[in-house]
Design a protein around this ligand. Sequence first.
Ligand code: UT7
Length: 342
Amino acid sequence: MNDRDSRIKSPLREVRTVSIVGTGSYAPERVLTNADLEKMVETTDEWIVTRTGMKERRIARPDEFTSDMAVQAARRAMDQAGIQPTDIDMILVATISPDMVFPNTGCFVQNKLGATKAFCLDVEAACSGFLYGMEVGRQFVASGAINTALIIGAEKLSCITDWQDRGTCVLFGDGAGAVILQARGARHGILSTVLGSDGTLAELLMLPGGGSRNPASEQTVKDRLHYMKMSGREVFKHAVTKMVQAAKDALERCGLTIDDVDCIIPHQANRRIIEAIGQRLGAPLEKYFINIEKYGNMSAASVVVALDEAVQCGHVKKGDIVLMIAFGGGFTWGASVLEWTK
Ligand code: UT7
């Protein structure tokens, strides 16, 4: 080894165990109930509750953007982790409802937090976005490239929801959740993550307007292409099979079985989807943390808000094995297994 080789010490050769060291979430004040929706479209509380399990959802103020909700959640996660904005090396926002097409929402969050040292990016993997983002952040911290990652799932879906389409408008809500990732010497932390995508089914769940395929025009607005479109029944089928397989794969990868899992945090798209997954995975429903009745589907924010609430209410405790699973447009899906180390 020559002198230069002996001096080189690349931090990227490290592989460190990464843990979630703080969580936070934020829900806007305004509550939109099923009764409110009955006045807006031809629907009933009974239909919404029996088909989805949803009772109400939150709607952000017109002057409250995705980045504002992200910042609220981030501040709570930072408090929990005991860190300052200037400790953050990376801000990643998972969202399908960014403040703008560009710059990325992470940059708006950085400015509002004063996290001057951070580099910022968004990840778009629809409802799987938080798990995708957490794995990106974990890799950066595990490699030693950075020490602290702020990973956020934040959505203002109310502005991309077609309030005339009863097939979708009853489903979605606004909110944000955040975690801080660090390597603090824990033995386990995040144990395994499995991610997958199937672009052949992209058109079953999409927002077709405003991109390079259908640039915004009077016609695209008239055709309501700037709102989410979903083939619900098809999406339902794939959501169940993909989440079940991802959960099994993630558990197998870290040598655990479903019986080792103390708490399951599923994407909150439909209570019936969660029940179907429960049956197929063979885990009793008590192990699932479900808050769909309060928030509906918050896409990339759903899993991380549920995680934070599960931690705050003691459903997740130190030493617990937690399984998070998600599915969304793309299609995209993911599952992550971790030992709760806080
Ligand atoms: O987060 C990303 C992933 N998203 C998901 O995983 C969502 C997956 N899909 C679902 O959760 C369900 O498919 C929905 C909740 C979206 C719909 O439930 P469904 O049991 O699949 O209903 P459907 O679409 O098959 O519709 C059944 C009936 C239809 O009427 P007909 O054709 O049987 O007369 C719909 O027009 O229900 C009607 N319908 C409604 N009725 C009252 C659809 N939406 C409504 C509504 N109120 N809001």
